[in-house]
Each structure stands twice: as C-alpha cells, then as structure tokens.
Design a protein around this ligand. Structure first.
Ligand code: ATP
Length: 255
C-alpha cells in the first residue's frame, strides 16, 4: 500500500524578530512541530501576538524561519534548499488574505487569471480556467468589472477564485471573513466548504472567531506566546465557556 505523506510537516520551527526599540529579540515562534494531513482543515487560533500570522507566513514560504525544517510532501525545505525548489513549492500553495489583495487596475477576470499569467500559461487557457473559477464562486457575470465596484463578499469570492485557479495542494487563509459582516461571512464559509468538497486540498485557516473554527476545522492548533499550547480535534457542539478557545476541546489534550 502507498504511504500517504502529510501535505506539510513542520519540524522544530522557530522565528524571532528584532524588537522595535532595538533592545533585543521578540520570539514569535518557538520550536513548533506538527503535521497536516491531505484534505485536512487545520485551524490556527490564539490571542493577538501569539504568532498566528508569523506561522502562516513561514508555512507559505513568504518568510524563512530562523531554524527548523518544513516538508511539503516529500520535498524538504531548510536553509540549504535552492531558491528554485522553494519557488516550485510556493507554486503548489495559495493564500487568501483578510483584505482580499486584489489589483484594482485589473478586471475581475484578469485578477483571477494573474497567477496563471505568472506561470506563463497561454492566454486562451488562462482565460478559460479563470472563467471556470469565477463560475464556481458564483461570479461568472462579473468577469469584466473592476474590483472597486465589488462588495466585500464579492471581492473575497474573487480572491478565492484566484487562489484556486492554480489548483493548489494547500490553501492558506488568514482571517478570510474578518472584514465581512456576519451574513456575508457565512456565505464565504459555505463557499469554502464547497471548495473543500470539490478540490482535494488541505487548508490552514487562521481565525479569531471560534464559530468559524468550529464550522470549518477538523483539528485546531492553539498558539500561545509562540508555542503550541494544544493541538487536536475539536468538539462540534457549541458549549458556552468563559474562554472561547478552551471551549473548543472537551478536555485538555497533550500536544
Ligand atoms: N515584522 C515584525 N517585526 C517585529 N516584530 C514582529 C514582526 N512580525 C510580528 N512580530 C511580533 O511577533 C509576535 C507575533 O506576531 P503575529 O503577528 O504572528 O501574531 P498574531 O497571533 O498573528 O497576532 P494578531 O492576532 O494580532 O494578528 C508579536 O509579538 C509581534 O509583535
């Protein structure tokens, strides 16, 4: 039987930053290790400053860690990995940001097709694929409009279409609904569920709202002061507790 590798294996990642006052270093991540299974949706939670965004930036290879290794399938990334290999792995991932990050001087269709243009995909093919993705996110009629005219929910749909157009193995989501009202957030989460059902990708989702985590995630990683406080599957039933993060689990579990 073929062994199924984790999509991502994180080994002993640490990351520090220089303190703004110049007087030392801030530890954003300290000796983090975990694995993400194929098709898994992993939530990342924690208080402000816990290291969530830093973790996402390290995992999406936008920023190297100070130490530790990442494995994407069978490809190992560490400080000795050639840039060409890092770029190849980056192309197997996509990120959806809280603020959509669309190009406002390009049409919706051009925004969605852009990652394919950057990969030198021929125009006819990239346009066809971008139209397919716009249909999938429910914006097939908006191909020729400019992002300035879109609502927040529509802009996030375009950003999701753009993230999917390259058929990534891993989708990173940095608080994808926090700029949206509750109803629109629900619609975007339903769209992400549809993505999960249709495409065989893992998702790593940073979220502040525990109802988002509960709805979307198979397991949750709780970061606290840059370390893994807890990692495990969560309970699905809502239960009121004073600490909304603690309420995600039945009982304390070992990392
Ligand atoms: N570029 C940077 N330079 C200096 N310090 C940084 C930098 N990026 C992050 N930090 C620090 O690293 C720590 C972790 O930050 P990070 O943004 O990862 O936390 P977070 O959990 O995403 O917080 P939030 O929920 O507020 O977005 C914080 O103390 C932050 O001030």
């Amino acid at each position: 039987m073929l062994k199924e590798y984790p999509v991502i294996e994180v080994e002993n990642i640490s990351k520090t930053f220089r303190a703004p006052d110049g007087g030392g270093r801030i530890t954003a991540l300290r000796d983090i290790s975990f694995k993400v299974a194929p098709r898994e949706v992993l939530g990342v939670v924690g208080k402000s400053g816990a290291g969530k965004t830093t973790l996402l930036r390290v995992l999406s290879l936008q920023m190297p860690p100070d130490s530790g290794r990442l494995n994407f399938g069978t490809t190992r990334i560490d400080e000795g990995t050639p840039g060409s290999v890092v770029r190849d792995v980056m192309r197997r991932t996509s990120t959806v940001f809280q603020g959509f990050s669309l190009l406002y001087n390009r049409s919706v269709l051009e925004n969605v097709a852009l990652p394919l243009k950057l990969r030198n995909v021929a125009r006819a093919e990239r346009t066809g694929r971008a139209r397919e993705m716009l249909d999938f996110v429910g914006l097939g009629t908006h191909a020729d409009v400019y992002p300035i005219t879109l609502s927040g929910g529509e802009a996030q749909r375009v950003a999701i279409a753009r993230a999917l157009v390259t058929d990534p193995e891993v989708l990173f989501l940095d608080e994808p609904t926090s700029a949206l009202d509750a109803r629109t957030s629900g619609e975007i989460l339903d769209l992400l569920k549809k993505v999960q059902g249709r495409y065989p990708m893992a998702m790593i989702l940073v979220a502040h709202h525990m109802d988002v985590v509960r709805y979307m995630c198979d397991r949750v990683l709780h970061l606290d002061g840059g370390t893994v406080r807890r990692l495990g599957p969560i309970r699905n039933t809502a239960q009121f507790r004073v600490d909304p993060i603690e309420a995600l689990w039945d009982a304390p579990q070992d990392v």
